[in-house]
Structure formats: C-alpha cells, structure tokens
Write a protein that binds this ligand. Sequence first.
Ligand code: ADP
Length: 662
Amino acid sequence: MATQTGAHDVDGGAPGEAGGAGLDALMGQARRVLRDTFGHQEFRPVQGKLIEQVLRGDDVLAVMPTGAGKSLVYQIPALVLPGCAVVISPLISLMRDQVDSLVDSGAPAACITSSQDASVRSQVLAELAAGSYKLLYVAPERLDDQRLLAAIDRVEVSMVAIDEAHCVSQWGQDFRPSYLRIPDFVDHLERTSGRRPRLCALTATATARVRSDIAAGLRLRDPRVTVSSFDRPNLYFGVERPSGTRDKDELLLHMVRKRVDAGQEGIVYCNTRKAVEQVCQLLRDSGVSAARYHAGLSDEERSRAQEDFAFDRASVIVATNAFGMGIDKSNVSFVIHYNMPHDLESYYQEAGRAGRDGEPADCILIYSKRDVQTNQFLIERTYDEAIANGVDPSVAAASRDAGLQRLRDMTIYCTTTDCLRSTILRYFGQTDVPMRCEHCSNCSQDFDVEDATVDAQKVISCVLRLAQRNRSVGKAMIVDILRGAKTERIADNRFDELSTYGIMASQSKQHVRYVLDALVDRGMLAVSGDRYPTVGATPDGMRFLSERQTFELKVPRRMPRVDPTQVHGSRGGVFGSGSSGQGGQGEVDEELFERLRATRNRLAGEAGVPAYIIFSNATLADMARRRPTTEEDLIHVNRVGVTKARRYGEAFLACVRGEDPE
Ligand code: ADP
C-alpha cells in the first residue's frame, strides 16, 4: 500500500504495548530529543512513523536507503524509553563513529569492542551495570560474553536494535553467521527479566528474499515492515563513457579536478587494488590530495587513509569496495565509479555515500564494456572456487546465475537512454516512479527521435526465421546475420541461407545492435538463458509485425546538453538558498563560512574527532547565512541541538562577531 511518503507497509503486525495518551506523550518527548539533542527541526516522514511504532512496543523492520536517517529510528526511542538499548552493529569503526557522535551531542552511549583494552572494557561494563548508558553498541560476536551478559542482566533493556540487519541473510552480500545468534541473546534477556525487549531491525538492502530472511533469522514477532522510498532527490546520477578524444583517466581526472578545485571532497571507487594504486597516483601526480584504501594495505595504513579523509586532510579517497560500511562522513560531495560494480545493490549503496547531509551531490559512473567482461569473469571464478570448496553444485549454480542476472541489470543501467533515477528505483521494486527526474545525465541529454519501423521489422523477422529452424542465438550472432558477416559459424550453421541474411548490410554494427537492444528494452524481443543468453520474439513482437505498428528510436545527440564534467553537487548547494529546505533565507557570507570552517576544524583537532562530528558544512553555511548572535539564535541553525550549542556555541558566536582567535 503506497503512501504519500513513498513508503509502504509490507505487513502490518499487531500493535504493541504503549498506546493512546501514553504514546502521544512519548512522541512529544521524541520530538524534543530530535530538536535538543540532534538539532533537527522535523522528523523525516518515514522516521516519525517508525519511531512511533518502536515507542509503541512493536517489532520493526525498516528498509531505508543509505543516508535516509536510519540511526535516529532507534537512537531517539532509546533516549526516550526507560532503560538501555542494545545496538548490534557489524563494524567497530561504525560503532565508534556513532558513539562519538552521540556522546558529543550529550547522549550517554558506549560500545564494547574487541579492540578495547581490558581496563576500558571493565570500566564500560561497570558503568553499564550502574545504569549510566541509554545506548550500548556491541558486535554480534560478543553477545554470549558472560561478563557482558552479567552486566546487562542488571539493567532494563528497552530494545535490541540490529543495524545492517541484512547480515543475517545468507543471500545478502555481507553474511555474518554470528547474526544468527541474536535470537538466543533475546531469549536470554526474556528469560532473565521476564520481558522480551522490542526488536528494531534496519537495513538498506531491499530485496524481498533478504527481507523475509531478516524476519525469520531474527525471529521478529509480527513485525511492522516498512520499505521506504529509495529516492535520494539531492543526488545527481550520471553515466559517462570515455570517448576517442578523452580516455578513461583523462575523463576521471577532469571530473575530480573540477570538483576538488570547487572545495569538494569525494570518493573514487575502483574494482581492483591495482586500479586503486594507479588512480591514486594519477590524482596525486596532478596535485590532488588523495588517500588510498584497499584490503591489501596494513590495518594501520587503512585507518590512516580513513582518518585523513574523515579529518578533511585528503580531498579524495580512492578505494575498493572494502571501504564503506564504516564510513559515516556526511559531507561527501561526489562518488565517482572508475569501474562498473557487479550489481545495482552495490552501486546504489556506494554511490549513496554521497550527500548524506542532504546537500546536492554527484554520483557518476564511468562505463566501459571491458568492466562487464571483468565482472563476468569474477562471477565465474567465484563459482569455480565454490565448486572446488565442495559447495553443492546446484547452490553454487543458482548463486552464479543470480549474480549474472544482477550484472545484466547493472549493465542496463549503464547503457539505457531512460531516466537513470527511475531505472534504479524500479529495480528496487518501486512502482510509483516518474518517467523523468530531470536530474540525471539521461534526462539532461538531448535525443533525436528517428522512425526505425523498417529496421525493427527486419530484426524481428530475423529472429522469427531462426525460430522456424528451431534455432535461437545470441545478440552478436543476430547482428552478424543481419549485416551479412562472412564468418565460419555462419557458414557452418547455414545462416547465410536465411532470407534475412545481409538485409542490414549497409547499416553500422552499432546501429543494428542499438535497434536490437531497444526492442529487448521494450519487450518485443526477450533474452533468456543465463550462461549463453539467446534472443526470442515475444507476443508483443509478433503483434508489432502483424499489426504493422510503428517503432521510434531515441538516439542521443552527439553533444549532450550538459557538459559531462559539470559539477552538480556544487557548493552552489551549500551556498545557495538552502537546498535541503531547512536552511535560512539569504546569501551565505562566504568569508564568514571559511572562518567558521577554520574554527570547526580547530575544535575538531583539539577534541580528536572528525570535523563533521562537530558541525557539517551545511550547518556552517546555514550559520553564515543566519549570523546568529545568541545561543538561542544558534539553536535555530539547521542541525544545531541544545547540547552542541552549549558546548561549542561561544566559539562560533565569537567567530560571527569577528573575534576569531587567529
Ligand atoms: P543511514 O544510517 O540511513 O545511512 P544516518 O542515520 O547516518 O543515515 O543519517 C544520515 C544523515 O541524515 C545524517 O547526517 C543525519 O544527521 C541526517 N538526518 C537524520 N534524520 C534527520 C532529520 N530528521 N532531519 C534532518 N537531517 C536528518
């Protein structure tokens, strides 16, 4: 059932314990915490609904894209409800970031990790048992630690929140067997306290299969399932192809330089360690401060790279997909993919690390055909390894075929002339999607519309002639037959005797392929078979011939209306009139903005936390627009809560008054 927010309930569960006036009071408190602790004025639509469900006592499963604001769905109820919430999270860096940020906002939180030394851990456990925390973050591997359980048993556990809940699914990419132990932990809590805490599971992975695995694997009870809209309107999506005049490296360099020169920071993703090394060197050679991150580096090198980027010492981080789950930097203005990822799930998750602060940001993918072959090769290699490791061949084959299908969908995204945003959203199962978003490289490109009826008839006829001989072949072969190629395979199969052989001999290979792909896209031809996909005609295709329908083709003009290297997520967003709709009116004083930024960076350096933990660039821009003179004014600045206003207010107010220490 779609609602106005684009979110929908997949399954309505039974209502939980709190209701009526009690629930209203809790929601009132939740709104105050949102303002005072987190500095936000309004709940995002889906957030408010989910928080209400959690406060009511329901088990909740929330599927929301990266950057949608999942953390508050459990952090706010944790601060409102009596007792302490246990948050299960897969990565230490992710936990640390969240805890630092909470503590900085005045919320009592801590984490227990394997990297803490014994004395720190004992201290945290003692504080926990004494009831000092509202949130405790733990890795799933620690859930049966007896000392932890003994401390937890002394406090009321309000909720168990499971972040990155797709880790419980064997079909997800990040399966963590220890997530399967979570229900035992919940049983333990129920046994010792006589009360089962509510469960709140969150993920950005949307497929129905993973969703039902989460509900079953975590033993959620009558869960409220919400799948929120995956749209991220502040993100601009683009696909760019290297051309004869500008190769891949040149294209990348140009795009990165332009953005870095505009004061932006971003991520460049590559598929291999080798590519990371080369691209990082390429950027450094041209004067860009770039850090590199991949699994072949030591832990120390990796955490240094991550810190350089988090602390704004490096403008760009060049990384493999090993970089990601732990990064919570909200002011990333661009994510450029130097290689095509193997599926849209990975792409959207990685690209989604841009613009988490709601400011305009760019997600650009550089497409080259070779990446399709590399990905195919990697999927096949994974299959071979699985077989060599004794995995059941039918399981390995199913996983490989699913991987190849996902790769095909990823390739369609890179080659389609349709709106990129709607292609992504439809892939994630959203149906209420407009045809054009006007904010992607396809919507901003000019197309010529050509009548291609005769060409379409020729292509479909060729497929039907083959079918009459009980043959179906792949796309490349169809193109060869239509263009009258003289190959051994054609001669061996006597395809040169078909009446359609050579009837498009005067057309370019690209054009014939373009028509063929367009017919598949529009459902007149269909591709089937996973390993060796072949093309067949559909009832729509037959109807097209028998009813003599017309067929129009959208052909991109040579010159796109928009320069492919144009910066969309520009500082225009930060300096404009407040793109997130929450900023103040008027012009940003750029000189003040730079001074506020220097103050913020100095405070961050002193406190040893990343700059964005204190205030994001968007917050500083709003401050430079509003020029607050009192602590009260400061609280009206976008994303400034009471605690932060108190803690940092004087330094920033002094800066507005022109009294910077420098
Ligand atoms: P996710 O976990 O879904 O990727 P986060 O919880 O990290 O997203 O939130 C992403 C960003 O959105 C953060 O910078 C956060 O401060 C911001 N945010 C969350 N809720 C709100 C809100 N109600 N109003 C404004 N900004 C919000």
